[in-house]
Design a protein around this ligand. Sequence first.
Ligand SMILES: [Zn+2]
Ligand SMILES: [Zn+2]
Length: 299
Amino acid sequence: MNSARIGSAGLLLAALAAGTLADRPQSQPPLWIAGYRVLAADFHVHSYPMSASTLAPWDLVLEARRQSLDAISITGHNQVEAGLWGRWFARLVGGPTVIAGEEIHAPRYHLIAAGIHSTISWRNTAAQSIAEIHAQGGVAIAAHPVRGSWPAFDPQTMASLDGSEIMQPIVWSYNYYGARELREFYQRAPLAAIGSSDYHGMGPLGICRTYVFARDDSEQSILEAIRQRRTVVYDRDGRAWGDAALIQLAAGRLRDREPQPSGPLDLFSRWCGLLGLIGTLISGNRVVYSAMEKEIVPK
Ligand SMILES: [Zn+2]
Ligand SMILES: [Zn+2]
């Protein structure tokens, strides 16, 4: 029994060591294409405790750095406070750029408001929300606009939108209906193509991302780039969406900025961790059972 416990502890230590080695953040030098600073961004990120995520706003800032993201928008469900906290912390530690935002969770639509400073009501229609976002200097991005939300976006509302998510974890949905519907919505108006992870603490932050062609890495430049539709997104098949000229200019140069698949060291760490945990549980239970037996069984 002792050897089982020692073996499990060894596996957990191996998992920790391999995980630490595999986890080193890859710092990427700034990328310039055609006079634009190209930034990797994730505009749909949730934080603990206000909107069902495992990471607090300050943890998101550090995690964004680890995932080589230049910018994120922290978008609390129907509140902007998490974004304001995250932005404050990011400025304190020197980046990445955090844009305060909100995911407006209305019954008929979900909308990302990036670059706002006060909470916008979920009781608004989509058109009212977009007008308020613009009045606060922000940009409006349709969040996972699948068929059910389309009635909220009439042609006039579509014309006032700045962007829509073309790449989002929903594209891996059963039957790929998500990918088809996001594509169809995006093609209804000249919108900025957006890739977002809708991060709730489970998948990697930035697993879907947007390449923004901005003048610099400031919040104002990023928002301006979205208004001007200067974005590129790669879908799950590697097909590029967004500004046609920028797609051509960027060809092949953004590959190493894409989220990298798990390497052998990651997998080794995961399996050692899992087996170590199972081993610890089983050998721990044996200790409890044998102690109970000694108590219960009369000598
Ligand atoms: Zn949503
Ligand atoms: Zn969300």
